[in-house]
Design a protein around this ligand. Structure first.
Ligand code: AMP
Length: 249
């Protein structure tokens, strides 16, 4: 069976993001970009399913600028078979990404879409759920274990205070949580091999999808700075400050 893995190019998780002075978004100039960590987990899981003989072909898809090809190349170097880049320099909201992914699913007929539970840049946590709704497919979100057998997926989900295991009929959408696996590093020979793997470049218009934004971002702000702590001399002074300054006693 074919598996589709959407991979998003985002600000690297090690980068301390800076908000633009006009508060319209975060500054992306000269910032290191990488594959969204939850998407790496999805690619790894797809490769493991291929290694087990469950999956025959892994297609990595990204919606974004030309540079998102690098993100697809990373997936190909890890072990995906081919890529599709839906190229655009515009900001693409989760609903538009979900519509593009639906069109690709219609064209490619995968039996499973394995994707991140959220992108660490906008923390939307929407695309997988919207895609499942548009396709009218079952979904297993926040997966920490996935077992495919007999045309079904048993998905163990991370929920508040525990784990829930559900069984869903394929085709289905699964979104990955942090504990599903530890993604591999691409080896040098595989990075070289990935250069020869095909990437199809498309435009949103090829799929008849209008990617015009539906949301207005009113303001993006940095979190409040933490104030420096102080050292008190005695317990009595601490209690006094907790009463009179912090107001917690
Ligand atoms: P989000 O709903 O934006 O938090 O993203 C959840 C998941 O949807 C990501 O981990 C990706 O698998 C997928 N996704 C979101 N945006 C894109 C994009 N521009 N290109 C490819 N996949 C995406």
């Amino acid at each position: 069976m074919k598996i589709l893995v959407p991979v998003k190019r985002v600000v690297d998780y090690n980068v301390k993001v800076r908000v633009k002075p006009d508060q319209t978004g975060v500054d992306l100039a000269n910032v290191k970009m990488s594959m969204n960590p939850f998407c790496e987990i999805a690619v790894e899981e797809a490769i493991r399913l291929k290694e087990k003989g469950v999956v025959t072909e892994i297609i990595a898809v990204s919606v974004g600028p030309t540079q998102a090809q690098e993100t697809i190349r990373t997936a190909l170097a890890m072990g995906a078979d081919r890529g599709i880049l839906v190229q655009t320099d515009d900001m693409v909201e989760p609903l538009a990404v979900a519509k593009l992914l639906k069109a690709i699913v219609d064209a490619e007929s995968p039996e499973l879409v394995m994707m991140g539970k959220q992108a660490i840049d906008d923390d939307s946590n929407q695309t997988g759920q919207m895609l499942a709704a548009l396709l009218d497919w079952p979904q297993g979100t926040f997966a920490s274990e996935v077992v495919i057998a007999d045309g079904k997926a048993a998905v163990t989900r991370e929920i508040d205070g525990g784990l829930q295991t559900i069984s869903i009929q394929l085709p289905a959408v699964v979104t990955t949580d942090l504990r599903l696996n530890e993604p591999r590093y691409a080896s040098l020979p595989n990075i070289m091999k990935a250069k020869r793997k095909p990437i199809d470049v498309k435009a949103p218009g090829d799929y008849g999808v209008d990617i015009a934004p539906r949301l207005d971002v009113l303001k993006v702000a940095e979190p409040a700075k933490r104030e420096a702590g102080i050292i008190v001399e005695t317990v009595a002074e601490l209690v006094d400050k907790l009463k009179t300054e912090a107001g917690v006693l």
